[in-house]
Design a protein around this ligand. Structure first.
Ligand code: ADP
Ligand code: ZN
Length: 213
């Protein structure tokens, strides 16, 4: 099963995608994680993209498209977290060989709740992995590091920019998938477990359809 996850910044896509991957046996591909890791490691990709990420702007498709194509190649079952973020990216993804998106999960969260959640978010200082609070994340699950810092793009000005970009460029992707009968809307309000229960039920239903068809 191949899924994409759409939602505003702070919708909880990363947490949901990780749980979906574990529960349904999917590979979790996060463009945000990939870019943060590249920039923490100082790779050429990281150097080319860091300024965009830190400013809350979209990384150009000319840079990211190839990277996503390479990651997706040969994967039968995946959940894409953070891609597509524009209609251009959605069209690019649909045209890749062996890609057949079974559903686009849209996690809807009101703007006020987003601002509150982003303020509580931290990243691992050594590898860039995202955590929720320094207390809950004594050791980084990815690299074992214990130093946490606010995510550079979670500063209030940058959050405003990311939200504006989301409304302008990413919201049309919701209609793109709705028009193709692939949109699955999830109420993203409430705590993590409530949201997860809704996501799990929706994807279990999709997985059943996938098996039958
Ligand atoms: P969030 O989940 O908070 O929306 P992400 O971790 O998914 O944030 O992405 C962080 C940043 O990485 C984005 O603000 C953007 O700069 C860059 N990025 C991630 N995915 C894409 C994409 N599909 N297209 C362009 N830029 C992207
Ligand atoms: Zn780490």
């Amino acid at each position: 099963m191949q899924l994409v996850l759409i939602g505003p910044p702070g919708a909880g896509k990363g947490t949901i995608a990780a749980r979906l991957a574990a529960r349904f046996g999917l590979v979790h591909l996060s463009t945000g994680d990939l870019l943060r890791e590249a920039s923490a490691a100082g790779t050429p990709l990281g150097e080319k993209t860091k300024a965009y990420v830190d400013a809350g702007r979209l990384v150009p498709q000319e840079i990211l498209g190839e990277v996503v194509a390479e990651r997706v190649r040969g994967e039968r079952a995946f959940v894409l977290d953070g891609y597509p973020r524009t209609v251009e990216q959605a069209e690019f993804l649909a045209a890749l060989p062996a890609v057949g998106i079974a559903g686009a999960l849209y996690v809807a969260v009101p703007e006020g709740e987003i601002v509150r959640r982003l303020a509580a978010r931290v990243v691992c200082a050594s590898c860039g992995a995202v955590g929720e609070t320094a207390v809950e994340n004594a050791a980084c699950p990815k690299c074992g590091g214990t130093a946490w810092e606010p995510r550079p793009d979670d500063r209030p000005e940058t959050v405003a920019e990311r939200y504006a970009v989301y409304m302008q460029d990413t919201a049309p992707v919701i209609d793109y998938y709705r028009d193709r009968g692939l949109l699955v809307e999830i109420d993203g309000k409430g705590d993590r477990e409530e949201v997860w229960a809704r996501v799990e039920a929706a994807v279990a239903a999709l997985a059943g359809d996938d098996d039958n068809g």
